[in-house]
Write a protein that binds this ligand. Structure first.
Ligand code: NAP
Length: 247
């Protein structure tokens, strides 16, 4: 298997891309640590992993905006495993609004979850990776962060920040054996995009070369590659997984 015994934390593993990623990584032999906001929210992910593998995933529970709970969870991870091989910074939110109508609270919440949350996780995770001078960090950005989209000025700012963070962290951590990459998904079938229906969906589909939304597993498969030794010389990249989308 590609990820035999690798210890990998996935944030936002309760549903969508995070859930699919946790399951795919576990199927490839990783000892996954699944993160959620409540134990109940992780039940389905946990059940899927236990059903497909003999592994019982380790769980960490906190809101990514709660730095002290996050730090406590990393202490638990250190106690349990001693180090980390990988982290997938996936937890994220999207509030859509035209630039003149974006409430400050919505922007602040996106900054706290999508930017500060990612930075805090990189700090804590890289400390656990430095010990073995090896690790892979994957941050989930978005095509809206790389290319922009109407009605997404706040969200695109946070996802563009994820690109900058990923490239800078890659430069800082490369000589210590830690690779940092970002994925920029296009439109993926999850709760985040379920409000895209009718004309709104047709408009987006017309810009996707493959003429369909992607599946969460199609993002997870690229994450498997980035977590594996197959990508041992890949760092500082932003990998588009978008069915050939042009915004
Ligand atoms: P989703 O189905 O809405 O799942 C979002 C995940 O993030 C959930 O596990 C959620 O936990 C978690 N989360 C949100 N706020 C949190 C907080 N404050 N603390 C802890 N966890 C929090 O979305 P998704 O589509 O899978 O998106 C996953 C990532 O991909 C996000 O970063 C998103 O921006 C990015 N992305 C998605 C698409 C797409 O088309 N779907 C495209 C580009 C990028 P709860 O279950 O507790 O709410």
């Amino acid at each position: 298997m590609l990820l035999d015994g690798k210890i990998i934390l996935i944030t936002g593993a309760s549903r969508g891309i995070g859930q699919a990623t946790a399951v795919q990584l576990a199927k490839e032999g990783a000892r996954v640590i699944i993160h959620g906001r409540s134990k109940e929210s992780l039940t389905e992910t946990k059940n899927q992993i236990e059903h497909l593998t003999s592994y019982q995933p380790f769980e960490v529970i906190y809101d990514v905006r709660d730095e002290s709970e996050m730090r406590f969870s990393f202490q638990q991870i250190k106690k349990q495993f001693g180090y980390l091989d990988g982290i997938v910074n996936n937890a994220g939110i999207m509030h859509e609004a035209l630039s003149g109508m974006l409430p400050k609270e919505s922007l602040q919440e996106m900054l706290d979850v999508n930017v500060i949350g990612v930075l805090n996780h990189i700090q804590l995770a890289s400390r656990l990776m430095l010990k073995q001078k090896k690790g892979s960090i994957v941050n989930i950005s978005s095509i809206i962060g790389t290319n922009g989209a109407e009605g997404s000025v706040g969200y695109s700012a946070t996802k563009a920040a994820v690109v900058g963070i990923s490239r800078s962290a890659a430069k800082e951590l490369g000589e210590r054996g830690i690779r940092v990459n970002a994925i920029a998904p296009g439109f993926i079938n999850t709760d985040l995009t379920k409000h895209y229906e009718g004309y709104k969906k047709e408009k987006v589909l017309s810009k996707i070369t493959m003429n369909r939304f992607g599946q969460a597993e199609e993002i997870a498969n690229v994450i498997v590659f980035l977590m594996s030794d197959l990508s041992s010389y890949v760092t500082g990249q932003v990998i588009g997984v978008d069915g050939g989308m042009v915004i």
